[in-house]
Design a protein around this ligand. Structure first.
Ligand code: MG
Length: 502
């Protein structure tokens, strides 16, 4: 694929690391999909050992020297892609060398164990079971922030690992006005909502739902020759190579959208992975731009397309054919508002798209306070419930429906939640650009022809890998830097609150 060039040796070194990374990712996938609970400690130890080995390869002198040599080349010696490759790998290495190998092993072991403890605690609805390991994981994340370094807040150092350049103050700057718009907008829309998701309940077998997910994913452009769909507690996608990008989903036998919505979401992620340049496997040019850009892809498919009228013009007759009960008695104009019922509810992953970002802002505020040390783990459930009342007007009935619902903190992912809201904001801005560039996009979607949409994403997002930082990639794709107005305008248009987008 690549001619012998200045970066050939660097690419070879990075591929070795990428193969080990793929093996680690596969073990993580197995842990979520197949592994028995009794194997948890052994798997935690295996992952800790392999992660330490991975870290040693990343910080090895040979790699450092090669990057230093490339950074020292005269201007013009590298083309634009190679220049970006060296810039990104130098950035990664500068962070990686700050983390001691024994620390990487410690945090990997604690978070692998943490996930199993969280699963048991959630099932038992018992926060106290989870609290000690959560305290340990928070302490490890604060230690990590100290190693990585920061100017204002330790949370900055953690945010930067998911969205390069993102800071706590920028998160606040975007989220605070968004929260102030969304709290009243949610109340307003919910008050007018009469249709109910529960009107769409029925008896939908697990196998038939998985088949529907496979059919929709295939229509979206996902290749089952280069991935697979399985079940897990918490749906996710993972990728070992652009030719092996996997997804998981979950099934509720009464509510078909739990499975299909999750499947479309994870397929959106996997389409990004399958669309990355395979020739750049192992290098930053073959990796997604950021966690937030990744989420923009999943949310575009799940919400902007998957909850839209054009999408269902094709798929609703198909749904009626597969499930005459109850859909034979419900027409499309009744179905859509029921699918898109807007109502404050407890579980983030089941939230409507008006509520969703408020769930994220709640978590972002709490995790910032946990990392900055202004909130203790012992006080976390109370703080969660108080904010929930403030944002949604609801009393949280149990920790399983509250603070214990998400896997992220048990995995040590502090700084990850804000990227979910960014993904929503990016997706609305990208959608405005798609509609501008492809005026016939709704007609294509109504025919289940997603090639124009996927093609636009391939051209403007996927093929670049990490050639551009997230903010620049968004600007190049849409002609504008991040503008949250696109998201609120999109909500107002979809939920008929005003004609502000006309
Ligand atoms: Mg996602």
């Amino acid at each position: 694929m690549y001619m012998e060039s200045q970066t050939t040796h660097l690419r070879e070194l990075l591929q070795e690391i990428a193969h080990l990374n793929a093996a680690i990712a596969l073990l993580n996938w197995d842990q979520e999909v197949f592994m028995s609970p009794g194997s948890a400690q052994a798997r935690a130890n295996t992952l800790a050992s392999l992660s330490a080995r991975h870290h040693e390869l990343v910080i090895a002198t040979v790699l450092q020297n090669e990057v230093t040599r490339l950074e020292g080349l005269p201007d013009g010696a590298l083309d634009a892609r190679e220049t970006a490759l060296v810039r990104e790998i130098a950035h990664d290495l500068r962070l990686a060398v700050k983390l001691p190998t024994e620390f990487v092993a410690r945090i990997t072991e604690a978070t692998s164990r943490g996930q199993m403890v969280w699963q048991a605690a959630r099932a038992a609805n018992d926060f106290n079971q989870f609290a000690p390991v959560l305290e340990e994981i928070i302490a490890l994340n604060r230690e990590k922030a100290e190693y990585l370094g920061f100017t204002n807040s330790p949370y900055d150092a953690l945010l930067d690992t998911f969205e390069t350049g993102l800071t706590s103050s920028e998160v606040t700057k975007v989220f605070t006005p968004l929260k102030e718009r969304l709290i009243p907008l949610l109340k307003q829309i919910a008050a007018r909502t009469t249709a109910k998701r529960s009107d769409l309940e029925g008896n939908f077998s697990k196998e038939s739902q998985l088949q529907l997910s496979r059919d929709v994913a295939t229509a979206m452009g996902y290749s089952f020759d280069h991935g697979r769909l399985d079940l897990s507690t918490h749906p996710f996608s993972t990728s070992f190579h652009p030719t092996d990008a996997r997804i998981t989903t979950r099934v509720d036998e009464q509510d078909f959208w739990v499975c299909l919505g999750a499947s479309m979401h994870e397929t959106g992620h996997a389409l990004y992975e399958q669309g990355l340049p395979a020739a750049d496997f192992g290098s930053p040019l073959g990796e997604a731009a950021s966690t937030g850009i990744h989420e923009s892809q999943s949310r575009s498919w799940e919400n902007i397309i998957g909850r839209s009228k054009p999408f269902w013009e094709h798929w609703y007759p198909e749904l009626q054919r597969r499930y005459p009960e109850p859909f034979a008695h419900i027409n499309l104009d009744q179905f859509l508002p029921a699918l898109n019922e807007v109502r404050p509810s407890f579980i983030r992953v089941e939230a409507d798209e008006v509520s969703y970002n408020l769930h994220i802002i709640l978590r972002a505020e709490l995790e910032r306070d946990l990392i900055e040390g202004t909130l203790n783990v012992a006080d976390l459930p109370k703080a969660w419930n108080a904010k929930f009342k403030e944002f949604f007007g609801l009393d949280v009935p149990s920790d399983a429906l509250g603070v214990l619902q998400d896997v992220h903190w048990s995995c040590g992912y502090f700084g990850y939640f804000p990227t979910y809201a960014l993904g929503n904001l990016y997706s609305a801005q990208l959608w405005a650009a798609v509609r501008r560039d492809i005026p016939t996009i709704d007609t294509s979607i109504a025919k289940a022809d997603y090639a124009p949409f996927l093609g636009w994403m391939r051209e403007h997002i996927h093929r670049y890998g990490r050639q551009y930082r997230p903010a620049e990639l968004l600007t190049r794709a849409t002609g504008e830097s991040l503008n949250p107005e696109y998201f609120t305008a999109y909500l107002q248009e979809r939920y008929g609150m005003s004609a502000s987008t006309e």
